[in-house]
Design a protein around this ligand. Sequence first.
Ligand SMILES: [Zn+2]
Length: 310
Amino acid sequence: MNIGAVDIGGTKMAAGVVDERGQVLVWRSMPTDANSLVENAVEQIAGMLRDSLAEACPEGGALDGIGIGCTGPVYRALGTLGYVEFMPGWEGAHITAMLTEITGAEAFIENDADAAALGEWAWGKGRGTQNFMLVTVGTGIGVGLVLNGQLYRGVDGAHPEIGHHFVDPNGPLCFCGGHGCWEVMASGPAMERWAQANHPQGLYRTAQQLCDAAREGEPLAEGAVDRTARYLGIGFANLVTLYTPEMIAVGGGLVQAWELFWPTVERTVQTTCGLVPYERVMITPASMGAQTGLVGAAQVWISRSIEKLS
Ligand SMILES: [Zn+2]
């Protein structure tokens, strides 16, 4: 099976061909140019799909369908994009219909955090669970939630923004309108902002540099990691108390340094989730790594095709 997979983020777009076992066969990527027309972006995506298919099937073949994971709110039933702060001109674009018109293949769309959760649940660590969450901690915090074996969606199919629940009402203002959201307190940029504000001459500019320096015992970097770990811990403890899933998988850039954060996260869960069987909730690094977006997008097409049949 040749499933077209498309991952649209604020800085990068990727597209490729994934098989029915969740293996990415061929893929390509290019920077997202949110200032250009959405029609151009769709042409570029269709081109990447066409080239990937030609490479995956040198003797010729067709795409069985296309799954799309896209950042921000999406109207999954209509196949249109919602408002995203950094791609305002793309709002309302009927991206599934546009891709189908060019490629001839049926297309479905989900929010990228939901797509990633579907991929990790079907083909990664979450396989076999009924209640599963994927938390992606990178430049933001995205969460997708599978409840009773189905992707959870809110009213009108909305994607709940669990990365924007408050962990500190006295924290800084977030673009969502809230103060001290999980994302604004515990993401990579949050750690960088704190380090810069507390040590403007500091040598460590990126979250990864801070993690490396913390491993070597540099006090400022240790402080930044400790603070981030505390807020991560509060968020994870909230998820354990609210949902008590079988598993919470953790993906994104920060998972490279998970051993720095995990002791505090574990302690926070153990000391604050006393009313639920927290010891049965497995919190573990995700398995998909850099391919999460494309694998998840392929699973979007599979799961939506199954929904359509039932
Ligand atoms: Zn927020």
